[in-house]
Ligand binder design. Structure first.
Ligand SMILES: *Cc1c(COP(=O)(O)O)cnc(C)c1O
Length: 360
């Protein structure tokens, strides 16, 4: 069967067995297969990665007025569920060594807020955070660690999958991620009770009864059997995607690393990234110059995420850090990294960038 054939086969199976609407074999299998892949005991397939973060916070017992420490350099979906729970986010800067949460500022924040309920660390762009140090600090303060691995499925830290270190890990299968079901997410944990509870909340908190009985607030957060069929097919091509993404990154590196204006994302010997996006930072050249030149040729590129503490919606909240995430935002570019790009496409991108760097 061709790579693309798996999704169709699993989706067809859902139709053949009349399991189109919620739940069914694909959902169970997708959970099992993903759990096997990352080597964790339990997984709940949900409608999005955002829903997974929300249920992780809820299961932690995060409630109105509680403090949750959150990496600032990320997509807003990491922080929004803190607000859904009525809790208070406090943002933590990144370090240049990982681009992810700086353990030094995490500790400073915990010193000021020892009552913190949870910490959300992110493995941005498929790079892993300094998870051992962060976990140790969380353990010291007795705080629950949630790993947002939405962008890092396929990444390992010391040979162990990101998303499997904290009490909870979350993955996303949104359209832009390394594998996609068009939309979807997964909550993982080694705690069976936590995952059972998440499935319960995600299906409108229906108590065991013939009639519809509810003793808790519910959510419509479960993944459908059709979407899970696509997910099962996508899991089979994850390794190929990572390989191709790595080749894209290595190509950019080979072509651009000689330019003194360009620095590549951090490489650490304990980290095997999935290379979801190839990102660079620039010195002496504005990211806009590169992005504009690419856009002129209809090639899309993006800045690095704008940190949450700089977002109008979140700027009222406390922030611990210096200017690392801000600097990454102001100097960074995510280069085109789609696995469908051909060698010619990649050469075209590099040619445009080199022209800008040469000041032509
Ligand atoms: C995509 C993403 C999410 C949210 O995932 P959805 O499935 O789109 O809800 C959360 N965190 C990060 C860092 C992401 O990139």
């Amino acid at each position: 069967m061709s790579d693309e054939g798996y999704e169709q086969a699993f989706v067809q199976e859902a139709f053949d067995t009349n399991w189109i609407a919620p739940l069914g074999e694909n959902v169970n299998k997708f959970e099992e297969e993903l759990a096997d892949l990352v080597n964790i005991d339990h997984a709940a397939a949900l409608s999005s990665g955002t829903a997974a973060i929300h249920l992780a916070l809820k299961d932690t017992g995060v409630d109105k007025g509680d403090i949750v420490l959150c990496q600032s350099l990320t997509f807003s979906a990491t922080a929004n569920p803190i607000i859904y729970q009525g809790a208070i986010p406090v943002f933590i800067d990144s370090d240049f060594a990982t681009w992810n949460m700086d353990p030094v500022y995490l500790r400073k924040a915990l010193e000021k807020y020892p009552q913190t309920k949870a910490v959300i660390v992110v493995h941005l762009y498929g790079l892993s955070a300094a998870i051992d140090e962060i976990q140790a600090i969380c353990d010291e303060y007795g705080v629950t660690l949630i790993e947002d691995a939405a962008e890092s499925l396929g990444t390992t830290y010391k040979d162990k999958a990101t998303g499997t270190f904290g009490k909870y890990g979350i993955y996303s299968f949104n359209g832009n991620k390394i594998i996609t079901t068009s939309g979807g997410g997964m909550l993982v944990s080694n705690d069976k009770e936590a995952i059972d509870k998440a499935r319960f909340w995600a299906t409108q908190s229906r108590d065991q009864a013939r009639h519809y009985q509810h003793s808790e607030l519910g959510y419509n957060y479960r993944m459908s059997n059709i979407v899970a069929g696509i997910g099962r097919g996508q899991l089979k091509i994850l390794a190929d995607r990572v390989k191709k993404k790595n080749e894209i990154y290595q190509f950019y590196k080979k072509e651009l690393e000689a330019f003194e204006q360009v620095s590549f994302m951090p490489e650490n010997e304990w980290n095997q990234p999935n290379f979801w996006l190839s990102c660079i930072t620039l010195k002496g050249v504005a990211p806009e110059e590169i992005m504009d030149a690419l856009a002129e040729d209809d090639i899309e590129s993006r800045p690095i995420w704008k940190p949450m503490h700089m977002q109008p919606y979140f700027e009222e909240y406390d922030y611990f850090g210096d200017k690392v995430s801000q600097t990454l935002f102001e100097t960074g570019v995510c280069l085109p990294s789609d696995t469908k790009m051909t060698d010619e496409d990649l050469e075209r991108v590099v040619k445009i960038i080199k022209k800008v760097l040469a000041g032509d």
